[in-house]
Design a protein around this ligand. Structure first.
Ligand code: NAP
Length: 254
């Protein structure tokens, strides 16, 4: 597979490049190579690369700074995502857009996790701008996947985990840490492994992987091809979305 990664010099982007490069043709598009705030640059770079898939990691990720830079947050996280989505649609590439748990209000009781279908309600500029980016991806690119990840840590950081380890190494006074946030620190390596199946265009392989994860065995899959505007044929996304949703529903009932 040919995979282009936006924001490739960031913490998640670096991990994806490192882990996927051996098996795939990975194009590491850092900010110098592709500034996502330029619609023309997105069309030119993604159009020239003709990737099978684009993993969109570039973003304004400094949550606190977004509050004081709302226009920049929206430019990167909403407009930038729209630019990438339009270019993917034009190039016929699948778009895997990385989003965040900040699209939720985060006011659930401690023991109630959020699920994919829950109502969003961001409370921050960062969350609002990322949610607008999700909407742009849905509106502009038919072949898309949105992956909401949370509390990442990976080689080089920066992350909460890195900060705690660095402070711990300094020693000295006892650490004082806020305890009003609950999350699951998630390794970027784990995210890289979890995302790869979503880039698979082979429906049977994709469904088999999903079913394996959920503890099912796929006996038979019947898939209808949907003709695409530019002549190529690809598996029908609505159908595959429904198939996966059905698996989840079945799993929950058991
Ligand atoms: N880190 C987390 O805990 C976390 C949690 C949930 C979701 N996410 C999401 O995961 C994705 C990756 O996050 P990350 O942790 O890897 O963040 P990161 O380390 O801040 O990486 C973001 C990258 O985007 C690049 N970028 C900024 N402006 C750009 C532009 N105009 N054009 C192109 N690239 C630009 C940055 O380049 P510069 O360094 O040159 O600015 C940086 O390399 C983001 O979508 C983020 O919202 C992250």
């Amino acid at each position: 597979m040919k995979i282009l990664i936006t924001g490739a010099a960031g913490m998640l982007g670096r991990t994806l490049v490192r882990r996927w490069s051996a098996a795939h043709a990975v194009i590491a598009a850092d900010r110098a190579r592709l500034d996502i705030t330029s619609a023309d640059a997105c069309l030119a770079v993604i159009g020239a690369a003709q990737p099978d898939a684009v993993v969109h990691c570039a973003a304004h990720t400094a949550v606190d700074r977004c509050e004081s830079e709302p226009e920049r947050a929206h430019l990167l996280n909403a407009t930038g995502s729209a630019n990438v989505a339009v270019a993917c649609q034009r190039a016929g590439a699948r778009l895997l857009a990385i989003s965040t748990d900040y699209v939720f209000a985060g006011d659930r009781p401690r023991d109630q996790a959020y699920h994919e279908g829950d109502a969003t309600g961001p409370r921050t500029v960062y969350g609002t701008s990322k949610l607008a980016g999700e909407a742009a991806v849905r509106a502009q690119c038919a072949d898309h996947v949105i992956a909401r990840v949370a509390w990442l840590y990976g080689p080089g950081g920066p992350s909460f985990v890195h900060t705690m380890l660095a402070l711990g190494r300094q020693g000295g006074a006892p650490l004082r840490v806020v305890d009003d946030q609950i999350g699951n620190p998630t390794s970027t390596d784990a995210v890289a492994d979890a995302l790869l199946p979503y880039l698979e265009r082979d429906f049977h392989r994709y469904l088999a992987l999903m079913a394996h994860r959920l503890g099912f065995r796929v006996a038979e899959v019947v898939v209808a091809h949907r003709p695409r505007a530019h002549g190529r044929s690809r598996y029908g996304l609505e159908r595959y979305g429904r198939a996966v949703a059905d698996l989840w529903a079945l799993r929950r009932r058991l």
